[in-house]
Write a protein that binds this ligand. Structure first.
Ligand SMILES: Cc1cc2nc3c(=O)[nH]c(=O)nc-3n(C[C@H](O)[C@H](O)[C@H](O)COP(=O)(O)OP(=O)(O)OC[C@H]3O[C@@H](n4cnc5c(N)ncnc54)[C@H](O)[C@@H]3O)c2cc1C
Length: 423
């Protein structure tokens, strides 16, 4: 693919998840007209919110956590005027509880780059020594295919911090989660000092922070957004895409038009013959309970030694995340909610409920939440370039050097736009 293929043309973005929205914004920022084609009735993809009748509230498909070191994500939020819609503690703090022992602690990195916090017993994981944290330093230099479990010394730090972080960041069990992808996250956040580790999450909903303002910003700049419009095929001639097949006909592309394909990998490979992409995925479960609870100092708590992994306290409800959840995604929703409820009660110090009694709940199962962040899947991730000169790829599953995250998705969209528009 050569640059400048769209000078004077229009960019068609297929898919309005974060990668597609970011690609559309980056394209418009360079003065190019954009049409977004989205199969679903609304934008957001795997990062969406909806009104749930069981709970009686707007809920997110899953808790999404950002860290202040996610530079592309925060630039995107600034660009769409939504930076002030995120909440989170004023300091970098991560409360944890071990459900087996009842022990509680708060990890509190200091703001600056010099990590003196690891010398302060009260700021680190109980039972760990300052020397244990060298393994975190080692993580960021890993370039081979070792798994997280292979790369780290077993011990309390691993059990109580690194394994929970790895599972959350990679959505893959430490036994085969790729250490260097976790290293990339650590390098861009923890290793930059506490100021890059402020936990941030939408105050109201994912849609209100990350999606609706982007759609509004795109519309305000003149973008055309077409929902419920699944692109069923790309018509290709020589080295160019010449048309998109959509349910109501064909969208013909002009000579200078280009396409950014920002769909999930299983759709991208169906649309583009010969493309390789990850084929193994991990589920994420989110279990929402309609209760009011004290959000505590951070608004969330990390749990070890139970089934629930992270509990977020939101307005009118509490939401639990279980990552790398292929092992339990096929269990009936009721049994998942019942298994998680005692962990939530313990974590939030809620009063005992009668056996079998739970507040209204909803289990959201995202079966293909992210690609499995293993060495074999990472090798299948393509870059943004294709063999076609007016087609670029975007998505959290493309080769971003990061695991499948908001940060990766947003970067990939921007990169695809830059590639097509490069002069
Ligand atoms: C439950 C859950 C929790 C998560 N938690 C976090 C977190 O805490 N922190 C974090 O950083 N990341 C998190 N993630 C990951 C993050 O949500 C994703 O990395 C990101 O949303 C992926 O965006 P995307 O645009 O690459 O893909 P998608 O969101 O999958 O977007 C692809 C879009 O393409 C559309 N599409 C598909 N086929 C077609 C077609 N033929 N024509 C037109 N459109 C089509 C889809 O409808 C979709 O809107 C989480 C993900 C899940 C599921």
């Amino acid at each position: 693919m050569t640059g400048r293929c769209v000078s004077g043309g229009r960019v068609h973005v297929v898919g309005a998840g974060l990668a597609g929205l970011s690609a559309a914004l980056a394209t418009m920022q360079r003065g190019m007209p954009v049409t977004v084609h989205e199969a679903g009735p609304a934008a957001g993809g795997r990062c969406r919110s909806y009104f749930d009748r069981e709970i009686g509230l707007v809920i997110d498909n899953g808790n999404h956590l950002l860290l202040s070191g996610n530079r592309a994500a925060f630039a995107y939020l600034e660009a769409i005027g939504a930076a002030d819609t995120l909440g989170g503690p004023p300091k970098p703090l991560f409360p944890f509880m071990d459900l087996r022992s009842g022990e509680r602690w708060t990890l509190r990195p200091n703001r600056g780059r010099l990590p003196w916090w690891i010398l302060a017993r009260s700021r680190r994981v109980p039972g760990t020594g300052a020397g244990d944290y060298l393994s975190l330093l080692a993580l960021r230099r890993i370039t081979d295919d070792r798994s997280v479990a292979e790369a780290l010394r077993p011990g309390l730090l691993c059990d109580r911090l690194i394994a929970p972080l790895a599972i959350a960041a990679l959505n893959t069990p430490p036994g085969n989660g790729l250490a260097r992808l976790l290293g990339a996250v650590v390098r861009e956040t923890l290793m930059q000092g506490g100021a890059a580790c402020l936990p941030r999450f939408p105050r109201d909903s994912l849609a209100a922070s990350l999606i609706d303002p982007a759609v509004a910003a795109l519309r305000a700049r003149g973008a055309e957004l077409r929902f419920s419009r699944r692109v069923g095929a790309l018509a290709i001639e020589a080295d160019r895409v010449i048309a998109l097949h959509v349910p109501d006909g064909t969208v013909a592309l002009g000579r200078d038009d280009a396409v950014i394909l920002a769909v999930p990998p299983w759709i991208a490979t169906a649309l583009l013959t010969g493309l390789t992409a990850p084929v193994a995925f991990e589920a994420i479960l989110n279990i929402h309970f309609r209760i009011d609870a004290d959000p505590g100092p951070a608004g969330f708590i990390g749990l070890v030694g139970g089934i629930a992994e992270w509990v977020f306290v939101k307005p009118g409800h509490v939401s639990v995340t279980i990552s790398a959840a292929n092992r339990m995604v096929d269990r009936p929703a009721e049994s998942i909610a019942a298994a998680v409820w005692p962990d939530v009660r313990a974590a939030l110090r809620l009063p005992l409920t009668a056996p079998g009694a739970m507040p209204p709940w909803r289990v959201v199962k995202e079966r293909r939440a992210t690609f499995a962040a293993t060495a074999s899947q990472d090798r299948l991730r393509p870059g943004p370039r294709t063999g076609l000169r007016n087609l670029a790829l975007a998505g959290d599953w493309t080769q971003t050097g990061l695991p499948a995250t908001i940060e990766g998705a947003i970067r990939s969209g921007r990169r695809a736009a830059e590639l097509l528009l490069a002069s």
